[in-house]
Design a protein around this ligand. Sequence first.
Ligand code: AMP
Length: 182
Amino acid sequence: MRIVLVGPPGAGKGTQAERLAERLDVPHISTGDLFRANLSQQTPLGVEAKRYMDAGDLVPDSVTVEMVRTRLADDDALKGFLLDGFPRTISQAESLGGLLADRGEELDAVVELQVPEDELVGRLLARGRSDDTEDVIRRRQQVYRDETAPLLAFYREKLVSIDAVGSVEQITDRVTDVLRAR
Ligand code: AMP
């Protein structure tokens, strides 16, 4: 299965992505995790990404797409993947489409985790990551509304929207039930 997981910051994407990838037996590919791993190893890519991450802005598409292209070329991604946090712009989605088309592949589904806006900030402040200060959180939400939310229309035909309020287990079950029924 080739799945993209979308949702605003604080929707529980990371948690659900890990659980879903395990259930579906595909690698969990998180661009945020890849950037953080690069940063902790002080690679040029990580150093470049840091200033955007610290501000809650998107790392430029060219850098991000190249990183994903490299990761998708790994053997484990041949059987499928669950992308978490990518694509985040229409341009990234178009690049992903091209990349998959070159392999004779396409996405099976785009899963949107839906959470009411007033729940999101509280969830993020509780998480306490270094880029989870209130200003940066607001900026990431703005960026989601402006840059990422348009993907929901772009992927209209593949979109599966899931009510992501509930226990972690319930939400994983909802997603897997819907994916199985398709
Ligand atoms: P995340 O772990 O998904 O919340 O991502 C943390 C940060 O990494 C984001 O605020 C962005 O700065 C950067 N990032 C992650 N994924 C992308 C992407 N697809 N495009 C651009 N920047 C990204």
